[in-house]
Design a protein. Sequence first.
Length: 349
Amino acid sequence: MNQKAIIHFQEPNFPYPYDQEDVIFHNSNVALAGTLTLPRSIGPFPAVILLHGSAPFDRDVSMFGHKLFLVWADNLTKQGIAVLRFDKRGAGQSTGDYNSSSLEDFADDALAGVEYLKTRKEINHKQIGLIGHSEGGMTALVTSLKSKDIAYIILMASPCVNWEELVLKQEESLMRVDGISEEFITESLKFRKRLFTILKKEKNREIAEPELREVFEKYFDQLSSTERQIAETYYGPLEAQIQFFNSVWFRNNFVFEPIGILKKIEMPILALNGELDLVVSPKQNLSKIAKTLDEANHKDHAILEMPQLNHAFQTCKTGSVKECAEIGETTAPLVLDIMSDWILKKTTK
């Protein structure tokens, strides 16, 4: 078996044992293009909308040679659950601008998907849920407070701490597993904290930009060529990093506090995280989810840390992002079964 076949072995082959159609729905002037998959059994069916992580992903979440949402949609639909997945605004065939958008925008996009599903006779309108991966879990939380039509949510490796904590832990973990020296990690985190101080102090992006640029240039100038290459590994070249951290998108996420919303959620929640997830740490986030839901007396939730899985829920060795393209599976089969089984227990066929 060649390397390409190994990488793609979980992707479904046409013809599919379910119906599939391309759809377009709208959030104001933004057109969202997606795919709806429907079981061939007798409906109406429970349904889920898949919500993307932190990038302008297409409907399949194509990354590292894998198609995450394609595999998820295939598995869920085979179990009798309708699935709507769509190109994130600014990606694929969807319109809109990703970098100038906020979680509120992404949540409104998800709500437009809910409204679209409610027009379909094949869908049980009282059994529409959300599955959010990474940032998509944050989107699911915001969406769930905007509509009474959300029946359940699944948080897949979703951040539930503020982004200052998240990014610092993420950067430290990823550098350490990749063998970066402790001295460089320490200096990198000090640098990142200086950036975050500017973001918290200066809300105006145009005013903040020259101050950020000065700090970036001073830091990068004192790096050796090897160190500069390391510094560019995770967020790109100097100019790309300035634009990234000062973008509308990052600034909105930076001030977002998921716990405040999580306290208000009443519908059933399933939260999963991989043990070796270095992007969204299970120790940092799952404990916060559990504590928050318990203190809020939430009645119906399950929280699972999955052994030996990374941020994409692949079986891995270290959790380094560098492993993702080299791993054969797109998502561990046990995770796919947990998602579909839990949804079917919360809905009726």
